[in-house]
Ligand binder design. Structure first.
Ligand code: AMP
Ligand code: MG
Length: 506
């Protein structure tokens, strides 16, 4: 399915590159971005090209062979008419406001309209310095690029709204971190690269005209149905809050920890954005933090809903001048929306957790059933993903109970819970096999486990060997299938393989 070499379809046809890109964002006033050219790359090499995504985008890449794709997706050969821009934005980083961040190592090439009619950004991440680079080199080391490719594409396969990765290209040059490491460019595809931080950028400058233009742009592009609302900007706040509540509920239902939920990483389109020190939990512990830079645990697994709400409050503050002429009224309307966040989140989360337990109907006591199971899993240090996958088997047969128990350090508490769950399943229609089947399409067997990612990165960085990376990427495209040859990707790390901390490595 996912191929590493371009198919014949890509190679046939015209010899001149003909990729057509629009750029609606670059039509906004100059202060929204900086025009900028990608840095030269000495020997661009295509590592992976996401052909299913290219197809979804309806890209016409006839005329590009592998070398051509490497040149295109490292920014060396830009299609005619493409004028890349680095977007301006601000952001709260770990709670501290930075009035100017912006794309310091990313360039928006332009937009395409995909086969569904949705406008999608094409961005090169790691394409060199921009006016927003500050002290950074504008480069992306290979390791973090491979991680972003693996995790973002896995999230997509898991059904989570996310930015995508179209291509990974080695530039042939080194980036200097603690040591020289190969530099790479990731081609990121997003419904939007507008973030909460983009609104903060104009708000902090008192640029109400800029704010208004940005809000209009976002509504027209992403939420056109809100145009007819009585207060479109308030409706925008509601929509963005709702999308974020749904998104974070999905993260928690899969054991995902974003790691850097700063407001510059909070997408206005409700996609998971910016994969830095992110990770999926192995053993379930709601207080888990991976990121080395997150010393206080601000973005711990269980804090993510509260941190999303905190970021959305910054969005609401930025929007205030647009919400009402009277400031007091603007504040009270915004507050009412923000207060709806937790109930909305909890409803999305409960819906997702019900599905994980095979429950279609809604019964009183379901939330306690879920909470009690999580308590048992936490005390027993159960592997989050494996436990829910085994639970699918237990819906079909009590023969699977021992397998489940073996995943817990203190299995005694599980017996009562299993009896309760099975009584609850009686309220569901259909045989155990059908319940198990529907559980298996929401409880993945394969997730991008940190130790597997790190192994793939090590092979690639140290030996230029991408076999493990490609194998893992292929397995992650089918997370619910669990074919026997991929059993190794389903298992938790052995004690010596465990990765206790992650680094953004930017
Ligand atoms: P991030 O941690 O990726 O969300 O980035 C936070 C800010 O730092 C953004 O403004 C980035 O563009 C900038 N940044 C991160 N890494 C680099 C780099 N290597 N060179 C220049 N800017 C960077
Ligand atoms: Mg960011």
């Amino acid at each position: 399915m996912v191929e590493t070499t371009p198919s014949a379809a890509l190679q046939s046809g015209a010899s001149q590159p003909e990729l057509r890109l629009d750029n609606s964002y670059a039509q906004l006033p100059d202060r929204f971005f900086a025009r900028c050219r990608p840095a030269p790359a000495s020997a661009p090499t295509l590592i992976r090209f996401n052909e299913p995504l290219a197809d979804e985008l309806g890209l016409d890449l006839r005329g590009y062979d592998e070398t051509g794709l490497a040149a295109l997706f490292s920014g060396q050969a830009l299609p005619e008419g493409v004028e890349p821009v680095a977007m301006a934005y601000a952001g709260h980083q770990f709670g501290n406001f930075v009035p100017q961040l912006g794309d310091g190592r990313a360039l928006l090439l332009g937009e395409v309209t995909d086969r569904q009619g949705v406008r999608r950004d094409i961005q090169l991440k790691g394409a060199g310095r921009t006016p927003f680079s500050r002290h950074g080199d504008g480069l992306a080391p290979l390791g973090p690029v491979l991680r972003e490719h693996l995790v973002s594409e896995a999230m997509h396969a898991l059904g989570v709204p996310t930015t995508r990765s179209l291509a990974v290209v080695l530039t042939g040059d080194d980036a200097f971190r603690e040591r020289p490491v190969p530099a790479a460019v990731l081609t990121r595809v997003a419904r939007s690269h507008v973030r909460v931080g983009t609104f903060e950028y104009f708000a902090v400058r008192g640029d109400h005209e800029g704010l208004r233009l940005l809000a209009d742009y976002v509504i027209d592009r992403h939420y056109p149905h809100l145009r007819s609302a009585s207060n479109p900007c308030l409706a925008l706040l509601e929509q963005v809050c709702d999308r974020q509540a749904a998104l974070v509920a999905q993260w928690l239902s899969l054991g995902f920890i974003h790691g850097v939920m700063n407001t510059d990483n909070l997408s206005i389109a409700g996609e998971t954005l910016d994969y830095g020190p992110c990770a999926f939990m192995d053993a379930y512990n709601p207080r888990t933090v991976f990121s080395f830079v997150d010393q206080t645990g601000r973005y711990a697994y269980e804090n993510q809903p509260a941190m999303a709400q905190w970021g959305l409050a910054r969005f609401a503050e930025s929007l205030l001048p647009l919400l009402a002429d009277d400031e007091e009224r603007a504040v009270s309307e915004a507050q009412a929306v923000l207060e709806g966040f937790m109930p909305a989140y909890r409803a999305y989360w409960l819906r997702a957790m019900r599905a994980k337990l095979g429950l279609c109907r809604e019964c009183d006591g379901d939330d306690a059933l879920v909470d009690d199971l999580l308590e048992i899993m936490s005390r027993g240090r159960a592997d989050f993903t494996l436990f829910f996958r085994h639970l699918c088997d237990a819906a079909e047969s009590t023969g699977a109970d021992d397998g489940l128990r073996s995943l817990l350090q203190a299995p005694e508490a599980l017996d009562d819970w299993l009896a309760r769950w099975r009584r609850r399943l009686e309220a569901e229609s259909g045989p155990g096999r059908a319940i198990a089947e529907r559980m298996r399409v929401v409880n993945p067997a394969v997730i991008p486990r940190t130790h597997a990612i790190e192994n793939a990165i090590r092979d690639a960085e140290d030996r230029g060997d991408f076999a493990a990376f490609h194998r893992l990427a292929d397995a992650l495209a089918r997370p619910f299938d669990a074919p026997p040859e991929e059993a190794d990707y389903a298992r938790p790390p052995q004690p010596h393989e465990r990765v206790p901390q992650t680094f953004c490595g930017t």
